[in-house]
Design a protein around this ligand. Sequence first.
Ligand SMILES: *Cc1c(COP(=O)(O)O)cnc(C)c1O
Length: 485
Amino acid sequence: MSSVQNVRFFSGENIPLEMHKVRVVQKLSLPPIERRLSAIREAGFNTFLLNTRDIYLDMLTDSGTNAMSDAQQGAMMQADDAYAGSQSFERMHAAVNEVFGKEYLLPAHQGRAAENIIAKSFIKPGNTIPMNYHFTTTLAHIDLNGGKIAELLYDDALRLHSDNPFKGNMDIAKLRATIAKEGAGNIGFIRMEASTNLIGGQPFSLANLKEVRKVADEYKLMLVLDASLIGENAFFIKQREAAYQKNSIGDILREMCAQADIVYFSARKVSSSRGGGICTNRKDLFDHMKVLVPVYEGFLTYGGISVREIESIAVGLRETLDENVIGQSPSFIDYLARQLDKAGVPVVMPPGGLGCHINAGEFLSHVPQEIYPAGALTAAFYIISGVRGMERGTMSSVRDENGNDVFADVELLRLAFPRRVFTLSQTKYVEDRLKWLYTKRDLIGGLRFVEEPPMLRFFMGRCEATSDWPEKLVQAFRADFGDSL
Ligand SMILES: *Cc1c(COP(=O)(O)O)cnc(C)c1O
């Protein structure tokens, strides 16, 4: 992939050229490695529990951390404060209508709140929810409502290094087999997630989504689209699916949403602020869900979102249609992933949306899943760089009824690229430190839980190192880098 804007370089290099300039900045600092070691220890080796004071680059997530545009900030100044009937909500409604092509909108305070309402409205105990792949909060809500999931990716989708452009596709034969096995009456709905988060931000193709729609029609099942990362998925469709290369991002987005009965999203990812929403063209579904919104979220015209944020969502959604906006993060991820791949560092290929994903299972092939290689790599990388990534592996998974870890299919360190936040030199710093760490990988050991919450344990769980490997890593860093930060 060349830079989003079609600018060719004399050197022949693929440099992701920014189509924005920086006008407001936030000061950063890089604490010395000894402080970083203490900080991660205080945080129980869980990067969620670090304070940004101790962080140089925060690549934990793109959730609520994208840079805002001047247009978004301008709109926020003109918000209409009202409990009911706010004009700000009208503007968000109009943007959803234009971008997603859906007439009815229910606001929710974030993506998981939308999942709560959908799960409570459409899942009966014992139901199965076929999906391409789960997301952590989705699984929690399905579980809380007595449902279970069936993950139906193609077998090769979990091969981390491949040239499969659409690893997020659903295996249609598996979908049919699941419906036959469970009976259509026991399927709550079919769920497709755009830019499949937990397998490395990997997209599905429009052709595949249309196949899923066909099966849904055949069995009169509802198709729910998790559109939290839909912009990136649309961008990849344009880049990678021959039939859509001439279409605009807007056309592709509407075509994707047209396949689904219900589209929901986390506005934390879509724009940069807070909030989320559920939209549909079916009044019966809207009426069925709307009764829950005042109970859990707030009145139907704010849903737990501040009016200022509602204004920024409206503008942010429309900005998603601009290829230079939506392509910024994927093109930086592409750059970093290819540099690492060239150097032999195990990285998820092809690069996806959301972040650069390091294959921790291979990076730390000597660390068994019982002692959490992805968690250990995430902590180790923070120690040696001050860069905060997120564990996406067995720590982000659950335990079975016997209390044993359900090993994750893939062990990943995710380095998120919030939109328009980091520069290329910062990206090169990440590349440099990862390459160094790879040469010292044998020093890294595992982690074990000392405090483990029963649900979504990765958020608040605390661990300790299985040996003195963190100290050894600090010594190796000092030996190679002297008094460098
Ligand atoms: C972030 C995310 C969610 C949950 O959204 P929140 O706003 O964080 O609650 C759901 N699905 C996907 C695919 C996401 O990336």
